[in-house]
Design a binder for this molecule. Structure first.
Ligand code: ZN
Length: 313
């Protein structure tokens, strides 16, 4: 892989030891369910695709990690989960979409936000996002998707997703997410966890779990010790019997294609296509989710125009 060639000598060894993956677990006789993911490679892929600043990369990596775990709760192989954040901060918001096969894609609206670190000395994701709303869209291939929306709590994303579960789905949950950058602005660590209490959880289990969560101050410092998601759950579920029920590879993946963009062009309509042809210049379209570019010559647009005419008649 190219990434190993980019690493300095002392990092090389640890960087080769794992790939991105996600685990799912139950604990305390299934009174608790938990998810954890390590997402360094996919966050780095997104960073390269969109050329994002460190804060933008952190926001994107946190949101993608959260979306992967939330999408893992969906049942159908074609179901999709989208997290949309709209904020009044300089990042202007982000959109990420994951399926339950471990694929995620996403983008931030302003890729080059730079802010001073926050009071804890961390990347100021909350400041970059600002105040606004968190929307979660679960598309389960029914007539209408399920949409839940809450006001942002901190804009740090993990706290916002925790609040989303409490307010919109009435599931007591705790979400932890983190992205740590290398000095040269590549992604060093990324990932997180989601832990949820089942309705029949007893008080002792609840208080022990709350106590565990309280002790976790930084997801990335745990990932620095050991980047595997199992290690995150060792902290989150300390003192419980943990049963890992699934393990799945996760990756940045966009399903855009030349055909999809052609359909989009045809949908622009006859007049729009005629005006593109009249300009006489090739056009280039970019996918919002992965920044891949698609070029069309005037000749190709003419063909699409005739397809548009045929479809109309
Ligand atoms: Zn794409």
């Amino acid at each position: 892989m190219v990434r190993t060639a980019l690493c300095s000598g002392d990092q090389k060894e640890e960087m080769e030891e794992y790939k991105d993956y996600m685990i799912r677990a139950v604990a305390a006789n299934a009174q608790i369910r938990a998810f954890a993911v390590t997402a360094r490679d996919l966050t780095e892929t997104a960073r390269k695709a969109h050329n994002t600043s460190p804060i933008a990369t952190a926001a994107l990596g946190r949101a993608m990690s959260g979306a992967l775990m939330m999408a893992d709760m969906l049942k159908g192989p074609r179901d999709l989960l989208t997290i949309q954040i709209d904020g009044d901060g300089p990042l202007q918001g982000l959109v990420v979409t994951a399926d339950n096969q471990g694929h995620v894609k996403g983008y931030v609206k302003n890729t080059n936000v730079i802010l001073p670190p926050n009071e804890q000395g961390h990347l100021n994701v909350g400041g970059a996002i600002g105040r606004g709303t968190l929307t979660v869209i679960r598309d389960m291939n029914l007539k209408d998707p399920y949409i839940g929306q809450i006001p942002l709590v901190t804009g740090e994303i993990a706290e916002d997703l925790t609040a989303y579960y409490a307010q919109s789905e009435q599931i007591p949950s705790s979400v932890g997410l983190g992205v740590l950058m290398n000095k040269e602005n590549t992604v060093r660590r990324a990932g997180g966890f989601v832990v949820q209490l089942m309705p029949f959880a007893d008080d002792e289990v609840i208080s022990r779990l709350e106590n565990n969560i309280r002790k976790i101050s930084s997801v990335t410092s745990i990932l620095e010790e050991d980047p595997r998601p199992e290690h995150l759950l060792d902290f989150v579920l300390e003192g419980f019997d943990i049963q890992i029920t699934s393990k799945e590879d996760v990756s940045f993946f966009c399903n855009c294609s030349r055909e999809r963009f052609e359909r989009g062009l045809i949908l622009l309509g006859k007049e729009e296509l005629e005006s593109i042809i009249a300009d006489g210049e090739d056009i280039e379209l970019a996918c919002q989710f992965c920044s891949k570019k698609y070029k069309y010559t005037t000749e190709e647009v003419k063909k699409l125009l005739s397809r548009a005419k045929n479809e109309k008649s």
